[in-house]
Design a protein around this ligand. Structure first.
Ligand code: NAD
Ligand code: ZN
Length: 347
């Protein structure tokens, strides 16, 4: 089968021929219908050799949906032909966090060498993929698989990130979304669907700000050093009850810190390397809570799938063949993708 692999640190990913994997005990083989390209993949492919944490070659892709093609020994709960989405942040499956479905917070996964598909284990950018357990599979329930694939990360991650702020996003409040890409454009839609907050979106180009409005942002601002002052004007000096930063660079984290209201939330989702100083005498208003969330839980993925089935969120996608995946990553790197780039391994 064909797979898109990152093979050598510092080199572009390649389309290669590899054997179709066989499901071992407990595993499920999926025929991949669609796989989303995440900006995190670009971050991974930018890490230096001495810090690179995964075995190479690595089949990329941590957002996948597919059809159950074969079952390993002892698998129950799914049958061949089921259309499913893959929950990615696999945990040990035995601890308290995993029992609650919060496998993204499993404290044992790393120590046990359990790695998400596409982020250590072979991922979804291939004709077939292995999933380690049927408990990682969520039924699509008739959703269009192409639009559904990004829900597993570009949908799940912002949902998990903004849930902690829902009680603060009361009528009259403001939520800020910094970076209206794959994750951010779904965050805007979720904020509109789940809260009465005014949603203000920040990005760097006119096209992205127009896109933000088409997906539901009430206001848009160019993401620059002036943005916090403009945001204060728009909020009568108060600032935003929640700032969700989907870039996480030094500049955007500074914008978040300067835009948040007293007792508001700063949630840095983007892994751009920026850091926030928390504590008295720093730049933050009193009572602010800061968080850097990781992916989301299984129940939250069920919620996101339900939101999509209700038509309350819809991922904007641009589709590519497997052969086009390396070029699609280049376009993502250049900021030229609107919504999510999704690869269709079987056309
Ligand atoms: P994307 O490339 O689709 O979108 C990024 C958006 O940010 C683009 O619209 C871009 O124009 C905009 N942008 C770039 N610089 C900006 C700036 N200075 N100010 C405002 N906007 C700016 O990326 P994505 O796939 O949506 O991922 C977003 C971030 O989230 C990445 O850093 C990714 O690695 C990270 N991520 C984190 C998790 C997690 O669990 N914490 C999960 C998935 C992705
Ligand atoms: Zn991702």
């Amino acid at each position: 089968m064909k797979a898109v692999q990152y093979r050598k640190v510092g080199y572009a990913p390649e389309v290669v021929e590899v054997p179709v994997p066989e499901p071992g005990p407990g595993q499920v083989l999926l025929k991949v219908t669609a796989a989303g390209l995440c900006h995190s993949d670009l971050a991974v492919m930018g890490w230096p050799e001495e810090q690179f944490p995964y075995p190479l070659p690595l089949t990329l892709g941590h957002e996948g949906v597919g059809t159950v093609a074969a079952l390993g020994a002892g698998v129950a709960g799914v049958v061949e032909g089921d259309e499913v989405a893959v929950y990615g942040p696999w945990g040990c499956g035995r601890c308290r966090a995993c029992a609650e479905g919060r496998e993204n917070s499993c404290p044992h996964a790393a120590g046990l060498g359990i790695m998400p598909p596409g982020l250590g284990s072979p991922g979804a950018l291939a004709e077939y993929m292995l999933v380690d357990s049927a408990r990682h599979l969520v039924p699509l329930g008739g959703l269009d698989p192409v639009r559904a694939a990004p829900l597993t990360d570009a949908g799940l991650t912002p949902y998990h990130a903004l849930r902690r702020s829902l009680s603060k996003l009361v009528p009259g409040s403001t939520a800020v979304v910094v970076g209206v890409g794959g994750l951010g454009h779904l965050a805007v839609q979720m904020l509109r669907a789940l809260t009465p907050a005014r949603v203000i979106a920040l990005d760097v180009s006119k096209e992205k700000l127009e896109f933000a409005r088409t997906v539901g942002a009430h206001e848009t601002l160019v993401s620059d050093a002036e943005a916090p002052a403009r945001l204060r004007e728009l909020t009568g000096g108060v600032g935003a009850e929640a700032v969700l930063d989907f870039v996480g660079a030094e500049a955007t984290v500074a914008i978040a810190a300067a835009s948040v209201a007293v007792a508001g939330d700063v949630t840095v989702v983007g892994i751009g390397g920026g850091t926030l100083a928390v504590g008295f005498g720093g730049a933050l208003p009193f009572e602010v809570s800061a968080c850097f969330p990781y992916w989301g839980s299984v129940p939250e993925l069920l919620d996101v799938v339900a939101l999509a089935r209700q038509g309350l969120v819809s991922c904007h996608v641009e589709t590519f063949s497997l052969e086009e995946a390396p070029a699609a990553y280049e376009r993502l790197h250049a900021g030229e993708i609107s919504g999510r780039a999704v690869v269709l391994p079987h056309g």
